[in-house]
Design a protein around this ligand. Structure first.
Ligand code: TA6
Length: 295
């Protein structure tokens, strides 16, 4: 496991395991919840509160291998969102092994870990940066992506997104709130700019929308599981809502044809017009707090 040798697991709270594909996995446990993440991509793959259904969706066909992103959980998208000529889709952060830098002690209000993206070949196309990820559990799940411009003179411009896949019982029994009145780019309609008119957004076909200037909380209302998943955030102005529906599902080798029925992505980042430009030496933190509530 890529970690400082001094870092030890905390029995009953933070464990180091061999995960799928024999990739290093970290398990975090508290009295009422658990989470799992892979160093590969700094990728959170599981979060579940005691007595409840898992909160995150993970494809049964996901690959767990070098140079491929895990399908599901919370992919870390950095330093760009979407396609980029000659480079991997959604940046390179999710394709490399992050290093474990710190473990939060049991007994403290939050239990968790801090990871750092090491130097990677593609990083050379960017002015110098440091990317750190902190994942912790208390009554909810908190993920923080901290990007620092380590240059002494150059500014750093980048996009970020925590591309969260949420588990639902049946997409036909789901609605999403918190985006009414927001402008969005509709990827399924040539990125046409539109305004969200629905208080309760229903998913009845492929949805791929980039909502701009949306810093507030969003909720997934899942009547199938009888719960709300609340996604609160800070340091993020963009929200993406995505469900591939049937045709796109059939085109993804690491996603079963019917898995669109059991997931929806509500992603939190800074994309396009919301991209971040950091002066030399400055940092930007994207924080997402995920909790579950009864309907
Ligand atoms: O966030 C939505 C999206 O940009 C979709 O257009 C689709 O490409 C999805 O991300 C998944 O991308 P990936 O590279 O993980 O297959």
């Amino acid at each position: 496991m890529a970690k400082d040798n001094s870092i030890e697991p905390i029995p009953g709270s933070v464990s180091f395991l061999d995960g799928a594909g024999e990739l290093p996995k970290i398990q975090i446990k508290t009295a009422n919840s658990e989470a799992e993440l892979y160093l590969h991509g700094g990728h959170l793959t599981h979060y579940q509160r005691k007595g409840e259904q898992p909160v995150l969706f993970l494809s049964q066909l996901s690959r767990f291998e070098d140079r491929h992103a895990i399908r599901g959980g919370i992919p870390v998208i950095f330093p760009w969102f979407g396609a980029r000529e000659g480079f991997p889709m959604h940046g390179f952060a999710r394709l490399h092994e992050w290093e474990l830098k710190q473990v939060f002690p049991a007994g403290s209000k939050k239990v968790g870990v801090r990871l750092c993206l090491p130097e990677v070949p593609e990083g050379g196309i960017f002015s110098s940066f440091k990317a750190e990820l902190e994942i912790s559990l208390d009554d909810s799940l908190t993920i923080e992506l901290l990007v620092t411009n380590t240059s002494s003179s150059e500014e750093l411009s980048f996009e970020t997104c925590l591309h969260s896949y949420f588990l639902v019982k049946d997409i036909n029994q789901v609605s999403i709130t918190g985006l009414k009145g927001a402008s969005y780019l509709d990827k399924t309609d040539n990125y046409q700019r539109k305004v969200e008119s629905a208080e309760n957004i229903k998913i009845q076909g492929e949805v791929d929308r980039l909502y701009l200037n949306t810093p507030g909380a969003v909720e997934i209302h899942d009547s199938g599981f009888g719960r709300r998943i609340r996604i609160e955030k800070s340091g993020s102005n963009s929200t993406v809502v995505w469900n591939p529906w049937i045709k796109k599902s059939e085109q993804m080798p690491d996603f079963a044809n019917d898995e669109y029925l059991r997931m929806v992505c509500v992603e939190s980042g800074n994309i396009g017009d919301d991209r971040i430009t950091l002066p030399a030496g400055k940092s930007a933190k994207l924080q997402v707090v995920i909790s579950t509530l009864p309907l």
